[in-house]
Design a binder for this molecule. Structure first.
Ligand SMILES: CC(=O)SCCNC(=O)CCNC(=O)[C@H](O)C(C)(C)COP(=O)(O)OP(=O)(O)OC[C@H]1O[C@@H](n2cnc3c(N)ncnc32)[C@H](O)[C@@H]1OP(=O)(O)O
Ligand SMILES: CC(C)C(=O)C(=O)O
Ligand SMILES: [Mg+2]
Length: 510
């Protein structure tokens, strides 16, 4: 059976989702989970984009062992050098460079002739190959590139030293049969030798997974995608869907992956929490309804035999509550550590002590502490490593159905401790007005969501906000058992990220 390599670009193309900004600590945490998921390649970021991106890729290269770590670069020497400098300590560093080859991109965006593009691909792939033997080249907008020219460019890139050729359907335009034909055509017209062929699909027509699977049938060696299908515009191919489809229909594809399917749900939840991108309930494999049965006839069938209506065993993708030790107020550190290890988290002693303290505090407020509660606590711990200048010290809210709500906040910030009060139409608005006064920021609240992280009346609530200020749009989130406190802290989290983004990176929004 052929082995398909899984190239994860959650931290690069996934982070290109509008409104998503991951901090270095969050990227590292996702990278650790991708290692547990056993992806083959982690595209860790775009090192030339900002000092923050550079140091995230560098940190991931040091920590993510046994996996290829890749940095993206334009076909320019400075980007390629930055990518190499950031990944050079990885076990298997890969430079991924790209240059657009469709007529529209060459004429209107790059303003280069075909001959100039050919020359630049040759020169830049050669340069990258002097830094590392593991060079991947992508003709951007390969899906709309003239076929003869595509073949010519691929020949040039391979001759110059590329070891992986990725043909992206950058704008998600192709149909599965067309994408498969394109892959076959390139393979049949170029001498590949041991060079790998790779697929990279976008979901503008909702075809990213179908196109990726068609490419696998057409013989590609690698597929690229993101967890939960996040990414630029409508997103990328959803890796968990590809991995499960390949596993379930291995015979049809004659291909398999190295993915540990049991890590899928955990990875999906982590990415959703850290990016603030909610997984739609009807999303295949990882949506909340993916294994839920509503109608009587279906329920009857599932009770009699699960496989009447379920083609995927939920436990195979990690949807289980199989903890051998039940945690509660009377548990000690050993049981807590063991549970975390069973969930795939190995924390340093200091981190463990901190999370354990929060766990005990939570036990005083909640009768049953679930696996999701503990995962939320662990995530919050990592999350707090990256807080910016503002921290909430005190919050008091007074509200009712006949009165304006009032909120008083005390916040420690770059200029010391400040206290402010404000009114609003509801408690949350009053809090946000008070926080605007404390921070002096002119912000527009773009979205506000409350999610119940865990079940039951005493559930932990997660608040996710998106705020806009000038050209920047950032997300913030916080988990707490009180939703007003979570609302305040999520808003401050977004402000902290805004300050981080302003200092480290420009995000351009429509
Ligand atoms: C399909 C994709 O997903 S591509 C990856 C997208 N990811 C990103 O853009 C990462 C974040 N980007 C950034 O931080 C910035 O855009 C940077 C640092 C890469 C470049 O910033 P700037 O130098 O200010 O250029 P800016 O982004 O405004 O414009 C892009 C320039 O690169 C050129 N360019 C675009 N793609 C390529 C390429 N593959 N190789 C060489 N040059 C390219 C454009 O033609 C334009 O050149 P021009 O200034 O001569 O007109
Ligand atoms: C950088 C390339 C591979 C890309 O993301 C695309 O073309 O979609
Ligand atoms: Mg892409």
């Amino acid at each position: 059976m052929r082995r398909i390599r899984i190239f994860d670009t959650t931290l690069r193309d996934g982070e290109q989702s509008p409104g998503v900004t991951l901090t270095p600590a969050e990227k590292l945490e996702i990278a650790r989970q991708l290692v547990r998921l056993r992806v083959d390649v982690i595209e860790a970021g775009y090192p030339a984009a900002s000092p923050g991106d550079f140091s995230s890729v560098e940190a991931i290269s040091r920590v993510a062992k046994g996996v290829t770590v890749c940095g993206l670069a334009r076909a320019v020497q400075s980007d390629i050098q930055a990518a190499y400098d950031a990944i050079k300590e990885a076990d298997d560093p890969r430079i991924h460079l790209f240059l657009a080859t469709s007529n529209i991109h060459m004429e209107k965006k790059l303003r280069l002739t075909r001959a100039q593009v050919e020359e630049q691909v040759d020169r830049m792939v050669r340069f990258a190959a002097t830094l590392t033997p593991n060079v991947q080249f992508s003709p951007e907008d390969g899906g709309r590139t003239d076929l003869d020219f595509l073949v010519r460019i691929v020949e040039i890139a391979i001759r110059a030293g590329a070891k992986v050729i990725n043909i992206p359907d950058t704008v998600g335009f192709l149909l599965p049969s067309e994408y498969a034909m394109r892959m076959k055509h390139v393979r049949d017209h170029v001498e590949f030798g041991d060079v790998q062929l790779s697929a990279h699909c976008h979901d503008d027509l909702g075809l990213a997974v179908a196109n990726s699977l068609a490419a696998i049938s057409a013989g590609v060696d690698q597929v690229e995608g993101t967890i939960n299908g996040i990414g630029e515009r409508a997103g990328n191919a959803s890796l968990e869907e590809i991995a499960v489809a390949l596993s379930l229909r291995a015979e049809q594809f004659g291909a398999s992956t190295n993915i540990d399917l049991s890590q899928i749900v955990r990875t999906s939840r982590l990415v959703s929490r850290l990016t603030g991108m909610v997984v739609p309930p009807n999303k295949a494999v990882v949506g909340a309804n993916a294994f839920a049965h509503e109608s009587g006839i279906h329920q009857d069938g599932v009770i009699k035999e699960r496989t009447t209506y379920e083609i995927i065993d939920p436990s195979s993708v990690g949807l289980t509550e199989n903890r051998s030790l039940v945690l509660g107020k009377h548990s000690g550190r050993h049981a807590f550590r063991k549970n975390l290890e069973e969930m795939g988290y190995v924390l340093a002693d200091g981190d463990l002590a901190e999370v354990f303290k929060r766990f005990k505090a939570l036990c005083d407020r909640k009768k049953i502490v679930t696996e999701e509660d503990i995962l939320a606590l662990v995530d919050e711990r990592y999350h707090e490593d990256v807080v910016g200048p503002y921290a909430l010290d005190y919050l008091h809210v007074s509200t009712g159905n006949f009165a304006l709500a009032t909120a008083t906040v005390r916040v420690t910030g770059p200029d010391g401790v400040k206290e402010e009060a404000a009114v609003g139409n509801g408690g949350v608005e009053a809090i946000y007005n008070a926080l605007d006064r404390v921070t002096g920021e002119q912000l527009e609240l773009k979205s506000y969501q409350i999610l119940s992280v865990t079940p039951g009346q005493d559930a932990l609530g997660e608040v996710r906000v998106q705020i806009a200020a000038g050209v920047h749009r950032v997300a913030g989130r916080y988990v707490a058992s009180d939703v007003l406190e979570a609302s305040a802290r999520a808003y401050l989290d977004a402000i902290n990220r805004l300050i981080y983004v302003r200092g480290a990176k420009m995000t351009v929004q429509n």
